[in-house]
Design a protein around this ligand. Structure first.
Ligand code: NOJ
Length: 542
């Protein structure tokens, strides 16, 4: 057993709003999560990361926090939270919180007070006089959510910075008081018994300068060279490491790191800052070509090369194919036609690469995106903002909708599909976000007793991984001769050795496996000698 729990255990991300509604208001909640702890235990996951559950006006559904030390009443109370920790611990599971401290909600008490220039809270945020007699923003930075990154405030006659929505106001990390506030927040949740934190856009928190950015204004990160992965950010994380993280018996701190390079990732995870980073490069293997309205098809070889690069260069990766911001992985990297096979093949990859796997709720049953973009249903601020911008471009509606669909995070936030009933067993009333069209035939109820289901594939593999540490902490070595789009690698620990072969191509590929061993798990039961069938994946004990 490794001394760090997260090294040989698996994380499951819960988007609480869409997981399980216990009180029939159409919104998921903490009691809903508690009622599913046995499900999660049975699945075989060990660490539950909860997307934000703090009070929030929900401009960005919790990623705009108005009180860091309380629970959003939509989700329950602090008593419910204490019960969740207790019940999770009883099942040897741990809870990880989402820490969103690049920005606070504009409804946070600090921001409200900050608008008085004389208040000590003024310096909690980044205020500045604008250009052109204060008529124009202080610089040309763009928001990650499109448009200008500055908003003018009448009351103090200054502009404030927001790298996301105007309702998400960037904190001023040059102010020691901000550091001390966040330290208190971390200590508060540790004292409640949480295991660690997932830190939202953590490599953007420190703004070295407020100079104009280079590049064109279509770039969502224009100005990024002044705030992405800055020296000041490393210093802050190092201080948290020394003063808070390293004081815990064991903890897991994973940073969401935008536009992260291998070198920067190494630095963040070198032992005195945070444990892991979420990188994004593989997400873009299927990406747009024509600026930016036509999407390329997924290229499995490109995807493989990116994954291998990160596996080879970073000792311990945070592996994920889905989260609350991404399209569902079968739609993103797999195939609806081969729903079951590609769902299992991706599961095999996720759970056997070196690093800590992060499963997103619903991934274990192969949940899919909506069938198409539905204007009436949109809840997410991203497609709403993009629509405002592209509405002026004369292009066919279908093309625009296709484009908006790819950025619509509602897809990942559809209710969890527990059963085939009208609201998918998520709630007894109409949910806050629509159930997907495929819920009647893709749901837990249908899969739980089917030995061939994606759910049972995950369950079996998780159980096997738990007993065979080579698959978690063992070394990894890739076969450079594997055909295009085929992953072939060895996982080794002491005398235990495994081979994993995964065909991520939609078509069959010639491949002769020369390694002899016992087949432990396969994504499909049929086979063709000398070939790998579409999405054929196999785990072999050598
Ligand atoms: C990254 C989060 O994952 C996303 O959901 C959120 O909108 C932004 N950060 C802003 O907090």
């Amino acid at each position: 057993m490794s001394e760090k729990f997260y090294k040989d255990h698996v994380v499951y991300q819960i988007y609480p709003r869409s997981f399980c509604d216990s009180n029939s208001d159409g919104i998921g909640d903490l009691q809903g999560i508690i009622s599913k702890l046995d499900y999660l235990k049975d699945l075989g996951v060990d660490i539950l990361w909860l997307s934000p559950i703090y009070p929030s006006p929900n401009f960005d559904y919790g990623y705009d926090i108005s009180d860091y030390m309380d629970i959003n009443p939509e989700y329950g109370t602090m008593k419910d939270f204490d019960q969740l920790i207790e019940q999770a611990n009883k099942r040897e599971m741990k809870i990880v919180m989402d820490l969103v401290v690049n920005h606070t909600s504009s409804e946070h008490r600090w921001f409200k007070e900050s608008q008085n220039k004389g208040s000590p809270y003024h310096d909690y945020y980044i205020y500045k006089k604008g250009k052109k007699n204060n008529k124009k923003p202080p610089n040309n930075w763009t928001s990650n959510f499109m448009g200008e990154a500055w908003t003018y405030v009448d009351k103090c006659d200054e502009w404030y910075l927001h790298l996301f929505a105007p309702e998400q106001v960037d904190l001023n990390w040059k102010n020691e008081a901000v550091y001390q506030e966040v330290k208190k927040i971390l200590e508060f949740w540790y004292s409640k018994g949480v295991y660690g934190f997932r830190c939202d856009v953590i490599n953007q928190i420190y703004k070295t300068s407020l100079e104009d950015g280079k590049g064109n204004s279509l770039n969502r990160l224009k100005g990024g060279e002044h705030y992405i992965s800055q020296e000041g950010c490393h210093k802050i994380l190092n201080r948290f490491h020394n003063e808070v993280f390293s004081k815990q018996k064991d903890t897991m701190v994973v940073g969401e790191t935008v536009s992260i390079t291998i070198d920067q990732a190494k630095r963040f995870t070198s032992g005195d800052e945070i444990d892991m980073v979420f990188s994004f490069e593989h997400e873009d293997a299927p990406t747009y070509k024509l600026l930016p309205l036509v999407f390329k098809r997924f290229n499995p070889e490109r995807f493989k090369q990116i994954m291998i690069k990160w596996q080879k260069n970073i000792d311990w990766n945070a592996n994920y194919f889905e989260n609350h911001d991404q399209l569902r992985s079968i739609d993103h990297y797999g195939s609806r036609k081969y729903h079951k096979e590609s769902g299992k093949a991706l599961g095999m990859l996720l759970l056997t690469l070196r690093g800590t796997p992060f499963i997103f709720q619903g991934e274990e049953i192969g949940q899919l995106d909506y069938d198409e973009y539905d204007e009436k249903n949109v809840k997410d601020i991203v497609p709403i903002n993009i629509k405002k911008i592209i509405s002026k471009i004369p292009l066919p509606k279908k093309m625009k909708n296709n484009f908006l669909f790819h950025y619509d995070r509602d897809n990942a936030r559809a209710p969890f599909q527990w059963d085939k009933s009208i609201y998918a067993g998520f709630s007894s009333v109409e949910p806050w976000n629509k159930v997907t069209e495929t819920s009647a035939h893709i749901n837990y109820e249908l899969q739980k007793n089917d030995p061939d289901s994606i759910f049972n594939f995950y369950r079996d593999l998780l159980a096997y991984r738990k007993k065979n540490k080579a698959l978690s902490i063992g070394s990894i070595e890739f076969d450079p001769k594997a055909p295009k789009g085929v992953f072939a690698y060895y996982r080794t620990l002491n005398k235990d050795k495994f081979k994993v072969i995964i065909n991520l191509n939609k078509k069959e590929v010639k491949y002769i496996n020369l390694d002899i061993g016992e087949e432990i798990l396969k994504s499909r039961s049929d086979m063709k000698v000398g070939y790998l069938l579409p999405y054929e994946a196999v785990l072999i004990k050598l």
